[in-house]
Design a protein around this ligand. Structure first.
Ligand SMILES: *Cc1c(COP(=O)(O)O)cnc(C)c1O
Length: 359
């Protein structure tokens, strides 16, 4: 019998998706983004499987340290940089690249000695999250280029706000503001996330930073990874643990949010929001049982969810269930739960076993 909730990881698909990145950006080096536990796929496991990437990017210092402790010698950029001297010292000790995005970081650099580290100076071209505005950029660049603990030349980066919307020319504006601002400066450049790699060729530069597409998932709201030539890495599975008849008028689950209209067979699946299945998945969200799509009914609870198997079902307790994966795109489930697929894969919780798919 299959175990209860587990996520199967297809590392062959991961390799395929990395090849796809290289095909889209043949002249760029690839910084594989594996923040947030490798988008829920396992930080170390993804790093090991993506050894052919040229570098890794994580969000936090601790994530970089975990990679070093696992023996990974790659260049690793910490996208949120550091906020205090202790964190900067860790970046130095573990030789992690710092993203520099805020004035307060410059004072910390000035106050510290020791080993030089590589820095990515971040220009805010319109995302208005991290980074220096264009007007401030040159002064910051000059200050950093005098800094003894920063390896020269300084690397240059920005991040897109709307790259997943191919009808929005904001991305082109961001690209041109970046190019104007960094013109003539030495140092490598990095702009593109997955959506830009796939849709905005002029954003490609020395380094690309793919995240979601490596996991086989579309960054665009109106496409699946499969439609873009990607292969999903994660499939989420569980099993049926009960099958029973219900009659017209019966309500199902907490709040009785679903009422049975005519007799049918109810199936109970051992997965819920405690595993990361979205509680806001709507009634009718497809679930795959024995290769057949059946609709979710009632509210998703912590450990279980319920489906309408239909009167003629042959499904029985123990049968395997797929919540998303090869034949049920996670992008489709995200639409049914009013969210984006990023949140679904990142939200898979610790109790879900991550197992590698054996060919
Ligand atoms: C998360 C992130 C990425 C990767 O984005 P995807 O949409 O997953 O490709 C790239 N750059 C930065 C700065 C990020 O925060």
């Amino acid at each position: 019998m299959t175990p209860a909730a587990y996520a199967e990881l297809n590392l062959g698909a991961l390799q395929h998706n990395l090849d796809k990145v290289r095909g889209c950006a043949p002249d760029a080096k690839v910084m594989a983004v594996i923040k947030a536990n490798g988008y829920g796929h396992g930080l170390i496991r993804m790093a090991e499987a993506l050894k052919q990437a040229d570098a890794f990017a994580v969000a936090r210092v601790d994530e970089g340290i975990r990679l070093r402790n696992a023996g990974l010698g790659h260049r690793i950029a910490v996208l949120e940089g550091f906020t205090c001297a202790e964190e900067l010292e860790k970046l130095q000790y573990y030789q992690l690249d710092a993203v520099v995005h805020c004035l307060s970081q410059l004072d910390i650099f000035d106050a510290i000695a020791g080993q030089p580290i590589a820095a990515w100076l971040k220009l805010d071209t319109g995302m208005n999250r991290l980074g220096f505005k264009a007007e401030a950029f040159n002064a910051v660049y000059q200050r950093l280029s005098q800094c003894a603990v920063i390896k020269q030349p300084i690397n240059l980066m920005t991040h897109f706000a709307n790259a997943d919307d191919i009808s929005d020319d904001k991305t082109l504006k961001q690209i041109s503001l970046f190019q104007q601002t960094v013109a003539g400066l030495p140092g490598e450049r990095s702009l593109a996330n997955s959506a830009a790699i796939l849709a905005w060729e002029s954003s490609l530069s020395d380094w690309v930073r793919p995240g979601i597409m490596l996991y086989g998932i579309s960054p665009f709201p109106d496409a699946t990874g499969q439609q873009l030539g990607l292969k999903p890495v994660m499939s989420l599975h569980s099993r049926l643990i009960a099958v029973k008849p219900i009659e017209a008028g019966d309500t199902v689950g907490y709040g009785g949010s679903w009422t049975c209209k005519k007799s049918t067979m109810l199936g109970v699946v051992a997965i819920g929001y405690g595993d990361g299945y979205p509680r806001y998945a709507k009634i009718g969200t497809p679930v795959l049982i024995n290769g057949q799509r059946v609709p979710l009914i009632g509210r998703v609870s912590m450990d279980m969810m319920t489906v309408d198997l239909g009167l003629d079902t042959e499904a029985k307790p123990g049968d395997p269930v797929t919540l998303w994966g090869d034949d049920l795109p996670v992008e489709e489930i995200a639409l049914c739960a009013d969210t984006i697929p990023y949140t679904l894969v990142c939200g898979v919780t610790q109790r879900v076993r991550l197992v590698e798919k054996t060919a």
